[in-house]
Design a protein around this ligand. Structure first.
Ligand code: SF4
Length: 330
């Protein structure tokens, strides 16, 4: 007897499933975390030490290890990390690690600490010969922001929290040459929206930047409270957004800090320490694009958006844009 086989209807797929096809295999089991990486290391081989094309294709850490850690290792050896971040409250673990760090030739030097420690460090730091290097400072207190803002070496100051933002803006654009970059949260977004008299001169001078933070978990992204609507509002006001793609923040966005070397990343031999590197990857390098990004004029030079934001707000927040000149005209 001949069996009647009903032709199958093509399965309709949710819009975002095509985006998820871009994600690595371990994605389907949930977010990558440090524990999972430790287990993965035990089962396979040590991260960043092998480069076996066939075997590595079956490893769920391939993206983290091949696509990113090798790029970190190359920069470490060549001294070509784009950014060096010095947290003055963190000790370098050995002289060798300090030497590796000091031998970098960064485009951006990011110094964190108290105002006093930052100013002291800038008097005699190991990157003095690096011409055209941008110096970014991130003071941990508000006690003497004005002194930091008047240091001629500094080009940008990063502030966290409303009090620090108010102190920084109160210095006035006419008394400093540096830009102010505020780490965004829902309170700060609301304050900026309601205080045009304070932010107006800084926006008019094109010197107020808002940085979107990356978070490992969806709950942390939600708690921070800065989503697509808040970003569009800030872009409309004229705040320059950092760590946000053009499709969400307009033509004057800056990309997030990638390829950052810091004291905590180095072990005693001056090699990359795996656990801090994994954390660095998850929080600072784990970016994705939507499949629809292939139609965007910026596809080749845009890294997309941090995975935590996309998991929370969906890949559909990324919408292809036309040419940059069209963006500027808008
Ligand atoms: S490539 Fe994607 S993420 Fe980047 S601007 Fe275009 S649409 Fe947005």
């Amino acid at each position: 007897m001949q069996r009647c086989v009903r032709p199958r209807e093509p399965r309709s797929r949710p819009e975002e499933s095509s985006d998820e096809a871009q994600l690595p295999r371990w994605w389907s089991r949930g977010a990558l975390n440090s524990d999972e990486v430790e287990v993965g290391q035990d089962r396979s081989h040590r991260l960043g030490t092998h480069h076996h094309r066939v075997r590595c294709n079956y490893c769920f850490l391939k993206c983290l290890c091949h696509d990113h850690m090798f790029a970190y290792r190359e920069r470490l050896v060549d001294g070509t990390f784009e950014r060096v971040r010095i947290d003055l409250d963190v000790e370098t673990v050995s002289q060798r690690a300090a030497m590796v760090l000091d031998n970098q030739r960064p485009e951006v030097l990011h110094v964190q600490g108290t105002e006093t420690d930052i100013l002291h460090y800038l008097v005699d730091h190991p990157y003095q010969t690096q011409s055209d290097m941008q110096v970014v400072v991130e003071p941990r207190t508000n006690e003497d922001l004005a002194s930091v803002m008047q240091n001629p070496q500094v080009s940008r100051m990063v502030v966290r929290g409303l009090t620090s933002l108010e102190c920084a803006l109160a210095v006035g654009t006419e008394h400093t040459q540096i830009d102010v970059e505020v780490v965004l949260d829902s309170e700060i977004v609301a304050w900026i929206g309601a205080n045009s008299q304070h932010v107006g001169p800084w926006i008019a001078a094109d010197r107020l930047f808002g940085r979107l933070s990356n978070f490992e978990t969806i709950s942390a992204v939600k708690e921070n409270g800065v989503g697509p609507d808040e970003l569009r509002l800030l872009a409309e006001i004229g705040v320059r957004l950092v760590n946000v793609p053009t499709c969400l923040g307009g033509a004057k966005v800056e990309e997030g800090a990638h390829y950052v070397l810091s004291r905590d990343l180095l072990d005693e031999q001056g090699n990359l320490s795996v656990t801090p590197y994994v954390q660095r990857y998850i929080e600072g390098e784990y970016y994705k694009k939507s499949l629809r990004c292939k139609d965007c004029s910026l596809h080749d030079r845009c890294r997309g958006m941090h995975i935590g934001f996309l998991r929370t707000h969906g890949f559909s927040v990324l919408q292809p844009v036309g040419s940059l000149s069209e963006q500027i005209a808008c």
